[in-house]
Design a protein around this ligand. Structure first.
Ligand code: PEP
Ligand code: MN
Length: 345
C-alpha cells in the first residue's frame, strides 16, 4: 500500500503511521517520489480505517498494489522518474549516451576520450577508478589518485562523471567528485551498500546482477528508493546463459518489460553484455529502437592496450559513428539523442 502526501505534510503524521505499524510488527518507509512524499507499507493487516480517521493530515491519494516492489512500480509514478543531473535529464523521453573507458588509466587516455565526447556533444563520461576484477592480478584501478584526475577532467571538459563504488568506503570518497554512482553487477544485491545509497544524495546507476531475475533487480532498486533516494537508473548489462559466443547475453526483453513495470529510467550497456567490440554498435542501435532511455558504452583510444575490457571497447572513430547512428535511430523512433553544443566542436 502506498500513501501519497503533499510535501508540506508534517513528519508527525508520518510518525503516527510508522508507530502504528511498528506496534503491529510491520515495516513502513517514507521517501520522496516526484512532487510527493510517499509512505509504503507491505500488506495492510493493521486497522487502517481507524488510523486514517485519526490522522491530522490525510494522504492525497492511496494506491493498493499487488507488486512486491511498490516504490518502483509504474503505478507509483505513471509519468516516470526523470533523473536530472545539472542541465541534463535522464528518462524524459530522450536518449542519453554515457561513454568512456572501462578503467581510468592515465591523463592522456582520459583526455583523448573526453575530447571526443565533448566534440560530439556527449555529456556523460564513465570511467572506473575502483575496479571489480575477477583476478586479483589484474589492474584494480587508480583508486583515490584517479578521483583527483576525474575531478580535473570534469572541470576541463564540462562533463558529468559516472563511476563505480565497490563498497561504502569508496562511496564516501566518491561522493564529492562523481555525478552518478555506478553500482556494478556483482554488487546488485549488496544490501548494506544499497541501504547506504538510499542516503547518498546522488543518482545511482544500478546494474543488473549477471544472474538476477528482473524481480530481483527491481527489489534491489526498491531498497535504494525506500531508503530515501528515488534517483535510480536501471542498467541492463547482459546475463549468463549457455551461449558462449559472447561474454554475456544481452536481454533486450528487459527494456520493454522494465519500462512497463517501473517508473525508473532504463539504460543498456552493450559492452559488458557482449564482451565484443563488433557487437556494441548493432546492439546499441537495437536497444534505442527497443525504447531504452540511454546507452552506456566503453570507449578507449587504443583498445589493444587497454588495462581493462579492451576486447569490448570501441575506439574513438567507431564511437563517433555510434553517435551518428544513435541520432538516426532515436529520431526514427520518435526520440532524440541528447547532445549539447560544445565550443570544442
Ligand atoms: C563496468 O561497467 O566497468 C563493470 C564492471 O560493469 P559490470 O558491473 O556490469 O560488470
Ligand atoms: Mn568494464
Amino acid at each position: 500500500m502506498l500513501l501519497f502526501f503533499s510535501k508540506s505534510t508534517t513528519k508527525q503524521t508520518q510518525e503516527m503511521i510508522l508507530d502504528a505499524l511498528r506496534r503491529s510488527g510491520k515495516k513502513g518507509f517514507v521517501f520522496d517520489l516526484g512532487e510527493e512524499t510517499v509512505l509504503s507499507i507491505e500488506g495492510v493487516s493493521i486497522a487502517m480505517d481507524d488510523l486514517m480517521a485519526r490522522l491530522p493530515e490525510k494522504p492525497v491519494r492511496v494506491i493498493e498494489t499487488a507488486k512486491k516492489y511498490q516504490a518502483v512500480c509504474r503505478e507509483a509514478l505513471p509519468t516516470g522518474t526523470h533523473v536530472s543531473v545539472g542541465s541534463e535529464t535522464i528518462g524524459s523521453g530522450n536518449v542519453t549516451l554515457i561513454a568512456g573507458p572501462c578503467a581510468l588509466e592515465d591523463r592522456k587516455q582520459a583526455e583523448a576520450v573526453a575530447t571526443v565526447l565533448a566534440e560530439e556533444g556527449i555529456r556523460f563520461f564513465r570511467a572506473g577508478v575502483f575496479k571489480p576484477r575477477t583476478s586479483p592480478y589484474s589492474f584494480q584501478g587508480l583508486g583515490e589518485e584517479g578521483l583527483e584526475l576525474l575531478k580535473e577532467i570534469k572541470k576541463a571538459f564540462g562533463l558529468f562523471l559516472v563511476s563505480e563504488a565497490l563498497d561504502e568506503h569508496c562511496l564516501e570518497k566518491m561522493l564529492p567528485v562523481v555525478d552518478i554512482v555506478q553500482i556494478g553487477s556483482r554488487n546488485m544485491q549488496n544490501f548494506s551498500l544499497l541501504k547506504e545509497l538510499g542516503r547518498c544524495g546522488l543518482p545511482v546507476l544500478l546494474k543488473r546482477g549477471m544472474a538476477a531475475t528482473l524481480d530481483e533487480f527491481l527489489m534491489a532498486a526498491e531498497y535504494i528508493v525506500t531508503g530515501g533516494n528515488s534517483r535510480v537508473i536501471l542498467c541492463e548489462r547482459g546475463i549468463r546463459t549457455f551461449g558462449d559466443h559472447s561474454r554475456n547475453t544481452l536481454d533486450l526483453s528487459a527494456v520493454p518489460y522494465l519500462k512497463r513495470e517501473t517508473h525508473l529510467p532504463v539504460v543498456v550497456d552493450p559492452s559488458h553484455a557482449t564482451g565484443c567490440a563488433f557487437m556494441v554498435r548493432p546492439l546499441a542501435r537495437a536497444a534505442v529502437a527497443a525504447g531504452a532511455d540511454g546507452i552506456m558504452v566503453e570507449v578507449h583510444p587504443d583498445p589493444t592496450v587497454a588495462l581493462s575490457d579492451g576486447p569490448q571497447s570501441i575506439d574513438l572513430a567507431e564511437f563517433r559513428l555510434l553517435v551518428h547512428e544513435l541520432k538516426a535511430v532515436s529520431s526514427a523512433v520518435g526520440s532524440f539523442l541528447s547532445q549539447y553544443f560544445s565550443s570544442l566542436s
